[in-house]
Design a protein around this ligand. Structure first.
Ligand code: MG
Length: 302
């Protein structure tokens, strides 16, 4: 139990006292992008500097290479047709893996200029693909390929797969990172992890209202994340946010109250709900993949 830190009595309802924090695998350099596939009971995740994606099998616990090279893949999700959608730092694009294993490029340029290095991605129930484009994959050769930004900004985009159109939805972030919709998709939470490159820079999550035509409004700061920066975000069926942070996973109520933390011994980059009941939180934390069952369910398959 010591790995749970309760800040609000509401958090205690999520804790299953007999349940342990498990370390499922280690040996990565920077684990990211966990995505669970209930049909095959496997979790795919990225190891960005090692230029690979790994596959953890829920039945056996075995881990194998899923994709190498992965073009320094970062965030992953699953679309409503069950296909893997991946942000590739190295190729500076977002791809979809088809049932036959082939890759379809969903986005690589905006108004003729190459994207920076897509970081994280979610798919809305209408099929639109939303992703962030900070520069982490072009700042060094460590987790991508060092290059100048062609766009000169770090934006958030929406792609409509029906016509391939890429639309700018937010242009006032320092380094937009993880993102997640509320269960009813009327709100979109987006992390700004700017503080990774300067103590004075943002380390918060903003909340936008999503209109029926998929435009965003609002964008107020929903929560400041300490220590570290917010990276990946997931939402449970009750609308609570589960946020990656420097000391673990932080849980926020929809009203912005921090309810508690799951303390993890390594910096957490991203999380996802999985397991057949979506009640197991998979945690990608630097060199290791952790998991813990909680008394909450992920709002959607990814
Ligand atoms: Mg990220």
């Amino acid at each position: 139990m010591s790995y749970f830190e309760v800040a609000d009595p509401r958090f205690a309802t999520f804790i299953i006292p007999v349940c342990q924090l498990e370390r499922l695998h280690t040996g990565m350099r920077w684990a990211e992008g966990p995505v669970y596939f209930p049909d095959s009971r496997q979790l795919l995740f990225s190891d960005i500097p090692n230029n690979r994606m790994l596959r953890w099998d829920e039945e056996t616990g075995a881990v194998a290479t899923f994709r190498f090279p992965s073009n320094h893949a970062n965030g992953n999700t699953r679309d409503r047709q069950g296909r893997l959608v991946t942000c590739e730092h190295g190729a500076r694009r977002v791809t979809r893996t088809e049932p036959d294993g082939g890759l379809t490029v969903l986005a690589e340029r905006f108004e003729g200029r190459r994207l920076n290095s897509p970081n994280d991605v979610v798919v809305k129930s209408d099929g639109t693909v939303w992703f962030t484009d900070p520069p982490y994959g072009i700042l060094t050769d460590y987790e991508g390929n060092k290059a100048d930004s062609e766009i000169g900004r770090c934006n958030v985009y929406r792609l409509d797969p029906a016509d391939g159109r890429l639309t700018l939805v937010a242009d006032d972030f320092d380094k937009p990172n993880g993102l997640a919709f509320s269960p009813d998709e009327t709100q979109l939470y987006i992390a700004d992890s700017g503080r990774s490159h300067g103590a004075h820079l943002p380390h918060h999550i903003r909340r936008f209202a999503v209109s029926a035509d998929n435009t965003l409004s609002g964008g107020e700061v929903f929560a400041q994340i300490d220590p570290g920066v917010p990276d990946g975000i997931r939402v449970d069926t009750g609308g609570h946010l589960w946020v990656s942070a420097g000391d673990g996973v932080h849980c926020y109520a929809p009203d912005g109250t921090r309810l508690g933390k799951i303390l993890i011994p390594e910096t957490v980059a991203n999380i996802t709900f999985g397991g057949p009941k979506r009640n197991r939180l998979f945690i990608a934390a630097t060199t290791s993949l952790y998991a813990v069952y909680i008394n909450a369910r992920g709002a959607q398959t990814p």
